[in-house]
Design a protein around this ligand. Structure first.
Ligand SMILES: O=C(O)CCC(=O)C(=O)O
Length: 269
């Protein structure tokens, strides 16, 4: 069922730089997506970690379907307009006690995309709580760019450990707890972070990065997948949808796309 979000909710997004929680599917559907994911993990090993988690929608048909769900795209379209590309997906899984965390950062600082019509829909496939390391956001921080420095930290899920060096006002920090089947939306410039999983349950999230078709790479070549509307700009190479999970055609497309992306190397894993 499509999800209507009100103009007030859109205004909250524009004011704060994020919006949550939005229920986009039942807990039972979320459970079935989680079962798909865990079946793949059982067969192929971990799908997450610093450099392993990107663009699995190019190799798994159920993820290709998920990123096109109208319940997710409708609220995204309220913010980005009718013509939408999926630029990336990222599986963000924290195992109990694995120490994985995300330092304070603004996505757009490193993604090489302009203008900033970039929204992440972050879908919970497990309960996501303060205890297991939910995201936290700095309200209103999308209005300006904050200084970042690269850090060496293997447990940081960000590829470069990019970290905001100053300007986090704890009074403006909001914790985004979610139930399975709920999403949060955040603007590409909103400062956010998350702590390690201190519970005994997995924390499973899927970040879907959507951009308006008018967005372009600031340098070099990049690719993306049209998921709604029309791409009148063609700033990105078109990606091919998978027709079977992990078949040769899908794996070849993933390799092709990741080779291009690795050249830019600003994403997180
Ligand atoms: O999953 C997390 O804890 C952080 C995710 C994140 O940084 C993002 O989706 O942009």
């Amino acid at each position: 069922m499509p999800l209507e979000i009100s103009d007030d909710a859109v205004n909250v997004f524009r004011r704060d730089g994020f919006l949550f929680p939005l229920r986009v599917m039942s807990a039972i559907e979320a459970e079935s997506y989680r079962a798909c994911l865990e079946a793949v993990e059982a067969e192929r090993g971990s799908l997450t970690g610093k450099f392993r988690s990107l663009k699995h929608h190019l190799v798994m048909t159920w993820l290709d379907g998920l990123i096109r769900r109208p319940e997710i795209l409708d609220p995204v379209a309220k913010v980005l307009g009718p013509d939408i590309l999926c630029w990336s997906t990222s599986l963000l899984i924290k195992e109990p006690g694995d120490g994985a965390h995300v330092s304070w950062h603004q996505d757009l600082t490193y993604w090489g995309l302009e203008p900033g019509d970039v929204v992440t829909a972050w879908l919970a496939l497990s309960p996501v709580t303060r205890q297991n390391g939910c995201m936290r956001m700095l309200r209103g921080s999308h209005a300006s760019r904050l200084a970042h420095a690269d850090t060496e930290d293997d447990s940081n899920l960000l590829s470069r450990g990019q970290t905001i060096t100053t300007g986090i006002d704890e009074d403006k920090v909001v914790y985004l707890e979610l139930e399975p089947g709920e999403i949060s939306l955040h603007h590409g410039n909103t400062a956010h972070a998350s702590d390690p999983n201190a519970s005994d349950e997995r924390r499973i999230g899927l970040a879907i990065r959507y951009i308006a078709t008018r967005v372009h790479p600031t340098e070099g070549q990049d690719s993306a997948m049209l998921v709604r509307g029309v791409d009148r700009f063609e700033h990105f190479d078109a990606e091919t949808r998978p027709t079977a999970d992990f078949d040769t055609a899908a794996m070849t497309e993933h390799d092709r796309v990741m080779a291009v992306r690795r050249g830019v190397m600003m994403e997180k894993g």
